[in-house]
Design a protein around this ligand. Sequence first.
Ligand code: GTP
Ligand code: MG
Length: 151
Amino acid sequence: MERTFIAIKPDGVQRGLISEIVSRFERKGYKLVAIKLIVPSKEFAQKHYHDLKDRPFFNGLCDFLSSGPVLAMVWEGEGVIKYGRKLIGATDPQKSEPGTIRGDLAVVVGRNIIHGSDGLETAKDEIALWFEPKELVSYTSNVEKWVYGVN
Ligand code: GTP
Ligand code: MG
């Protein structure tokens, strides 16, 4: 089953939005398979955002990501990579639709509270960067047959 890497950034953690954000993924029907609170080093943040290294905001972005606790998670479900990004909303909260996480809970692009992998390869790379294989918990959820309609 498809998996994606989702992180609540330091602003989301500090603002007390963990339960609100986690509950949106839970209520949708996705399955949590890994979770930990971690303060990433700046070097680690640079690895995570390596695709953006030539952007003018890269340094500030990496300083910010490493400025406090990040809640790192892996969520599993059919189509979770793409739909997870829909739940999150557009990168710039000024453009995110109401009803999305950023649309409802954030105001500016530099403090948009959550990260989500943007594709299959990125999801694989980010999960491998943030988690050791043994930290990913495989289990059968009792609600799966109700979410997917199969036994
Ligand atoms: P992530 O899920 O965090 O990767 O966001 P995204 O995929 O929606 O956007 P992208 O990967 O292009 O950018 C990564 C992060 O850089 C964004 O979430 C923002 O926090 C930040 N960012 C992107 N564009 C800008 C910008 O123009 N200015 C500033 N200050 N930050 C930006
Ligand atoms: Mg991105």
